[in-house]
Write a protein that binds this ligand. Structure first.
Ligand code: NAD
Length: 501
């Protein structure tokens, strides 16, 4: 399929491309596609209209073993790990260029598979994954070790070495981007990778395996094993996996830690859920902008965002003015056909997630006041859509405490700054937070007091650059994706002491 033309701009263009799309559905192990050992496959359903897109090979026990063995062999031979970082960089830059060249194909796969608006997959998901590869490729030949302070008769070197076989287990909300946040630094550092995409969105990962191979990543260094939680569990329990880098729910993250403890104490890095507070102080200089941003913080990507600004805390003195602006801003977010470039909100990932979100909306109807939304949409399509939904509520309600992972905002009011900070920090999570204020000292003070891995001031979800570490406090996880700090997850630290005399 010709996919190097990335210039599609209308619904008709995307529908036409969909007609020509050939979907790769097999596992990728040791440099080649293959069926699963026992021939098992699972259905891949598009949330856009609940139509079956294809059947995907399911990685069972034998396939997981084969992928890990291939990764181990490749690592031990040094075919990738021992290459000069400059050479790894060149290969990863070619891989990134291939993602960019195939952007339309990959964006379409992502939109069909996960229901995300094509306007987002073409501007965020696919270019973001390419940029992530480029960033770590460019970084890896510019990082080095340390010479430690030591007695004069000693030379002490502190170096970083690849950890070995890294398994990346990723979710469905940004299928390729979340995967790239793991495999880009892991590959750059010289590891072999076994990637397990979510069973709800495996197609882009399966496809890019071939692009990685064509870019020059040696056989066995990058493997893709689609499957469900059982497949992930096998990887997390595997004796020959050295590290699991996981993005997903807090519940599964806890299980992964247990699997590591039950097996080989592999390194476990967790990027988990969130219930992020967005605080609007009375001295906010631009309430219109704050309201528009509060809406996008919860409705972008259908609220299927780990960083979703799902708790909006508004000072009582500006509540009325602010809520009017927020409800107006919410009107810009309406579910539409994800293949239409004008659409801002697509489909919820599947029926189970749609039902989960609706159940939480149901609890909100009992415990809180519904201000807008609350219903399914576009039912005639057969797809899974939910209206942007806003509740006014109190901190004790379920919708104010539980991660919903859907387009549902819980608005609360406060009277003092201390109360706002107490409410903001009153959560098992600590992924992100935001504050809106015109006062620089207040901004610094609030940022310091918020227990979250990222704090935005007078903005939300900014920082598309790879330069900022991303991850959570508390039960939002450990370790950080993005930035040079991500390399810490995929490397062991070694001290070498040389006696000179
Ligand atoms: P999930 O935890 O259900 O699944 C994530 C991945 O783990 C999938 O690939 C799944 O197949 C696999 N898995 C499921 N059970 C497993 C098990 N027992 N052992 C090993 N692997 C298993 O999460 P999800 O529904 O795919 O994604 C939504 C969650 O991801 C939300 O909680 C969201 O906040 C979180 N998330 C976090 C970040 C972040 O960076 N902090 C980013 C995106 C999403």
């Amino acid at each position: 399929m010709e996919t190097t033309l990335n210039a599609r701009s209308s619904l008709a263009d995307w529908l036409a491309l969909r007609e020509t799309l050939a979907i790769e559905t097999r596992l990728f192990i040791d440099g080649a596609y293959r069926e699963s050992a026992n021939g098992q496959r699972f259905d891949c359903i598009s949330p856009i209209d609940s139509r079956k897109l294809c059947e995907v090979a399911y990685a069972g026990a034998a396939d997981v073993d084969a992928a890990v063995a291939a990764a181990r062999r490749a690592f031990d031979t040094g075919v990738w790990a021992d290459r000069n970082p400059r050479e790894r960089k060149a290969v990863l830059l070619r891989f990134a260029a291939a993602l960019r060249a195939h952007q339309d194909e990959l964006a379409l796969l992502e939109t069909l598979d996960a229901g995300k608006p094509i306007a987002d997959t073409t501007t965020v998901d696919i270019p973001g994954a390419a940029y992530c590869l480029e960033w770590f490729a460019e970084a890896i030949d510019k990082t080095g070790g340390e010479v430690a302070a030591a007695d004069h008769h000693l030379l002490g070197l502190v170096t970083r070495e690849p950890v070995g076989v890294v398994s990346a287990i990723v979710p469905w909300n940004f299928p390729l981007l979340m995967a790239a946040w793991k495999f880009a630094p892991a590959l750059a550092a010289g590891n072999s990778v076994v990637l397990k995409p979510s069973e709800k969105s495996p197609l882009s990962a399966v496809r890019v395996a071939q692009l990685a191979h064509e870019a020059g990543i040696p056989a066995g260094v990058f493997n893709v094993v689609p499957g469900d939680g059982e497949t992930g569990k096998r990887l997390a329990l595997h004796q020959d996996v050295d590290c699991v880098a996981f993005t997903g729910s807090t519940g599964v993250g806890k299980q992964i830690m247990q699997y590591a403890a039950q097996s080989n104490l592999k390194r476990v890095w967790l990027e988990l859920g969130g219930k992020s507070p967005n605080i609007v102080l009375p001295d906010c200089a631009d309430l219109d902008r704050a309201a528009r941003t509060a809406a996008s913080a919860i409705f972008y990507n259908m609220g299927e965002m780990c960083t979703a600004g799902s708790r909006l805390l508004v000072h009582r003195s500006i509540r009325e003015r602010f809520m009017a602006k927020l409800l107006e801003a919410a009107r810009a977010w309406q579910p539409g056909n994800p293949l239409d470039p004008a659409t801002t909100m697509g489909a919820i990932i599947d029926r189970a997630q749609q039902e989960r979100v609706l159940a939480l909306i149901g609890s909100g109807r009992v415990e809180a006041t519904l201000l807008t939304g609350g219903k399914t949409a576009r039912e005639e399509t057969g797809g899974f859509y939910i209206e942007p939904t806003i509740f006014e509520t109190t901190p004790a309600s379920r919708i104010a405490r539980e991660e919903i992972f859907g387009p549902v905002l819980a608005v609360m009011t406060f009277d003092t700054l201390d109360e706002a900070i107490r409410m903001a920090n009153d959560s098992e999570y600590g992924l992100a937070a935001a504050v809106w204020t015109a006062d620089l000292a207040t901004a610094h003070d609030v940022s310091r007091r918020l227990r979250a891995g990222t704090v935005w001031v007078n903005c939300y979800d900014e920082g598309g650059d790879m330069n900022f570490p991303f991850g959570g406090y508390r039960q939002s996880g450990n370790g950080r994706d993005k930035s040079l700090h991500a390399l810490e997850k995929y490397t062991e630290l070694k001290s070498t002491l040389l006696r000179l005399r």
